[in-house]
Ligand binder design. Structure first.
Ligand SMILES: [Zn+2]
Length: 593
């Protein structure tokens, strides 16, 4: 796109060499903001990315990054690249198209499922689009790395990946095509691989800190990629795909379903009282029983029946607690647990729902650890309209296993430091895995060790969702008016709103400021459109650019400009010289955090 004036007619002295590189004039930039929220958008980041003209949908889960969207993504890329290089990793670029045979070596061509796009080329060779690159990098290692002297080595790329998600949604949060940084480390031993892992763990902390994001590293399952140890890096936001528990006092963070509950024992020991059968006519629910007996739910133990891979298991938890099904599944070593319905409970136990209890129960039973330290509590009587009082574990019933089986709550203490816990939603933006020798064994990738023996590489892999970080940053930082970019991720750090495009004095002041800010090393967008002030301010807010400088009437009156901070809304009035100095200092300080 060319300016309206023919460039060869512009007097030479008016072309400012400093501004050539990143000249960003709103009037000449593809920056199509939308007033209305597109119907397809389900989450805030998706809505704002569309409205602010960052992305446009091509087809399901596949987006074009328009200039300002690409500029934001480049910010993430640069931080990732700098910290990866600083940690000693080397950048390369691997192909997106990969031969099926290589995926057959690891068994993943069959196992990976329909997310892997498989196709044949014109010579009928089977291929796939890389959703990840363990096979290709292991092939490079087995061909190029022969000796322990080549190790350790960490190779990474920033590249477009394709995963054929069944239900792509939330814009850049869960697309089919996305930009990812993936790194792979090769080491001589498990111990050395641990060092490489920790280096990446630390580099990731630096990356997300530099991005200006509030995040936590969470210990995690390694999922489909396989491996022995892994952490997920989660950006904290109000909307996310995972609920996580975080400590307010230390760095502890865990997925809700895996958070360890610290057992707190009642320090007042009671003498075991005599077991009593009491009538509770028609009282089946915890609340109804408690109301009827004038007791607290925490004095009662409820007996929940689950189908564990189809077979009934009773689970005991305190009346005010909830069973954590993931913990139950792990304890029982089954693939699936599901709450039994009333009919199934009756078939398995012979007791109507609501009156089931652990004393003389007919099915296998497990208990939450808390039940084992409760004293003189209430349970169902295994008979319609009856409960039991003064029940005690071991004296009155036994179980197959006692374990941490309940959901953690914010009133539980932090399992690490005893501090206060909070729950939040998390968006996974990074994942580090200790892979071990799985890939090197299946692909026979070896090196000669110091002792002359051929050994398998011990591997690690490390991913960061580059495009996803842009979305996560917006989920974490926005208000009703639009995006609020952290300074390090902002596509531009300053927007100049020229309110006098047709006024010689204001126009000259705005253009001079534009040049001066660029000369000061800042990335500036100038809104030089002939539009109403309100219209321009709305767009500036929507785009989320951290600092807005308005050149308008106050410049004519007293030579000042208005500087507004997008994040906290504070306004300053400064002269053009003070503006340049102040913004340069503030922004450089933000960037070097
Ligand atoms: Zn803690």
């Amino acid at each position: 796109m060319f300016p309206a004036t023919r460039w060869w007619l512009v007097p030479f002295h008016k072309i400012n060499p400093a501004s050539k590189k990143n000249d960003m004039r709103y009037s000449q930039t593809l920056l199509p903001t939308l007033k209305e929220t597109p119907a397809e958008a389900e989450v805030v980041s998706h809505r704002l990315l569309l409205r602010a003209g960052f992305i446009r949908k091509l087809t399901a889960g596949i987006y074009s990054y328009l200039p300002i969207g690409l500029a934001a993504m480049r910010k993430v890329e640069n931080i990732v690249r700098e910290e990866m290089n600083r940690a000693g990793a080397q950048e390369l670029l691997m192909p997106m198209v990969q031969p099926a045979d290589m995926w057959r070596e690891t068994g993943r061509y069959e196992k990976y499922g329909p997310e892997l796009v498989r196709f044949r080329d014109r010579h009928d060779r089977e291929s796939c689009l890389g959703p990840t690159h363990e096979e290709v990098i292991t092939d490079i290692a087995r061909k190029e790395l022969h000796s322990y002297r080549n190790l350790p080595i960490n190779l990474y790329q920033i590249q477009t990946k394709f995963r054929d998600e069944i239900r792509p949604r939330f814009g850049l949060m869960r697309g089919r095509e996305f930009v990812m940084k993936d790194a792979y480390s090769f080491d001589v031993s498990d111990e050395a691989a641990g060092v490489s892992y920790m280096k990446m763990y630390e580099a990731y902390k630096k990356i997300f800190t530099r991005c200006g994001l509030s995040f936590r590293a969470v210990q995690a399952d390694s999922g489909a990629i396989g491996g022995s140890f892994s952490h997920e890096f989660m950006v904290l936001a109000d909307t996310g795909e995972d609920t996580i528990v975080v400590c307010k006092d230390c760095e502890y963070a865990a997925n809700m379903e895996k958070a360890v509950v610290k057992l707190v024992e009642d320090d007042q020991a009671q003498a075991p009282a005599e077991l009593e059968k009491i009538e509770t006519p028609g009282k089946r629910k915890v609340d109804a029983v408690c109301d009827f007996l004038s007791i607290e739910p925490k004095q009662l133990v409820k007996t929940m029946v689950y189908k564990a891979d189809g077979k009934p298991v009773a689970v005991l938890v305190r009346g005010d607690r909830e069973v954590e099904e993931v913990k139950l599944k792990n304890l029982l070593g089954v693939a699936d647990v599901e709450l039994a319905d009333d009919k199934e409970v009756f078939e398995a136990t012979g007791v109507p729902t609501g009156y089931l209890g652990p004393v003389s129960i007919k099915i296998r039973t497990v208990a939450d650890q808390e039940v084992a330290v409760m004293q003189n509590f209430y349970v169902g009587g295994n008979e319609k309209n009856y409960h039991l009082k003064n029940v005690n574990f071991e004296r009155d019933f036994q179980v197959e296993a006692v374990a941490d089986l309940r959901q953690i709550t914010t009133s539980d203490p932090c399992p690490e430091c005893g501090g206060k816990l909070d729950t939040t939603e998390g968006i996974e933006v990074g994942h580090v895995f200790k892979l071990g020798t799985g890939y090197s064994e299946s692909m026979n990738a070896t090196f000669q060790d110091r002792d002359g023996k051929e050994k398998y590489f011990v591997m690690g892999c490390y991913g960061i969702g580059v495009s996803r970080i842009v979305a996560a940053a917006i989920e974490q930082n926005h208000d009703e008016n639009g995006i609020i970019f952290p300074v390090p991720l902002a596509p531009y750090t300053v927007i100049i709103v020229n309110l006098g495009v047709n006024d010689e004095t204001i126009n000259t002041a705005a253009e001079t400021l534009y040049r001066d800010l660029q000369t000061a090393g800042l990335e500036v967008l100038i809104d030089d459109r002939d539009e109403r002030p309100g219209f321009k301010f709305k767009d500036a807010d929507l785009l989320g650019i951290p600092y807005r400088v308005t050149v308008g009437k106050s410049f004519l009156k007293n030579g000042t400009l208005e500087i507004k901070c997008r994040k906290d809304g504070t306004i300053q009035e400064l002269t053009p010289e003070e503006t340049v100095r102040s913004l340069q200092t503030t922004i450089l300080a933000e960037l070097s955090k």
